[in-house]
Design a protein around this ligand. Structure first.
Ligand code: ZN
Length: 267
């Protein structure tokens, strides 16, 4: 059996044999012989030196994971140089096809979970995560410049860098700008020092040590306590008063008023 088929990502590839190998469909493939230019002296050659089998993982084909046994030709030049043929579907020493590499980048971003992407692509979730990080790195622009008015708040993201992360947002448009891996003072200080030259106003909670870090990094920005955190302090204060007052009441009244607490929280 020897036929050509235009399988997506495997154009012009000759399939010599198809068989089942474990859970995968194995395609034994090769490329047609073609004149190649010697990378050493520039002469053209068609003289075959030998073949090497390159084992490469490819995408699913009819819902089956595939593996390619690529019989990769090596040419010999009159100058003595021996070199591998150029291949449109896989780079040298790679364990995955080019097409697969493109798909994993898309799936890593679009799939619901890394695990799911790994299952569809026949690889581990850690491989998908690694590829996702490559994509992310490419996307990140190095020259972030923070706007005049920013908001900083912590949130519980539970990543491997820690339970809490910091989100930096544009306080006027409410658009998130960046997420810092943790809420350590040094992290925010270094970040603002690097990107915060234009910042004049910072909306944030009222944690004093945090405030000190922001001030240190930005010189003397105007720091605004955001409404949520500011109100929280007021609620706490009111609640303290409520407790003090109710302590002096009779047990009956106290019990009755305990559930009235949220009346105080109304706007
Ligand atoms: Zn040569």
């Amino acid at each position: 059996m020897n036929f050509n088929m235009n399988i997506p990502g495997l154009k012009d590839v000759e399939i010599e044999k198809i068989e089942e190998v474990g859970e995968r469909t194995a395609l034994h493939v090769s490329l047609p012989k073609q004149p190649h230019r010697c990378p050493s002296c520039g002469e053209m050659t068609t003289k075959v030196h030998d073949y090497r089998i390159q084992k490469i993982k490819h995408l699913k084909w009819f819902e089956r994971l595939t593996i390619l046994f690529y019989k990769r030709r090596r040419y010999a030049c009159v100058c003595g140089k021996r070199f591998s043929e150029t291949s449109p579907f896989v780079d040298k020493y790679q364990r995955y096809t080019k097409e697969w590499n493109q798909v994993v980048r898309i799936r890593a971003v679009k799939a619901k979970t890394f695990k799911e992407a790994g299952e569809v692509l026949g690889t581990s979730s850690s491989t998908v995560i690694r590829r996702f990080k490559e994509v992310a790195k490419d996307q990140i622009t190095s020259g972030v410049r923070l706007p005049k008015v920013i908001a900083i708040d912590e949130y519980k993201g539970d990543t491997d860098a820690g339970t809490y992360q910091l989100i930096i947002a544009n306080a006027e448009t409410h658009e998130p700008i960046d997420i810092l891996p943790n809420r350590r003072k040094d992290t925010i200080k270094d970040y603002l020092y690097q990107y915060g030259a234009d910042v004049e106003l910072v909306v944030m909670d009222m944690n004093p040590s945090f405030k000190a870090a922001v001030k240190k990094a930005l010189g003397r920005p105007v720091i605004i306590a955001d409404r949520f955190h500011y109100c929280r302090y007021i609620y706490w204060a009111i609640d303290e008063v409520r407790r003090k007052v109710q302590k002096e009441w009779h047990a009956y009244d106290r019990k009755k008023c305990k559930r009235m607490r949220h009346v105080l929280y109304k706007r």
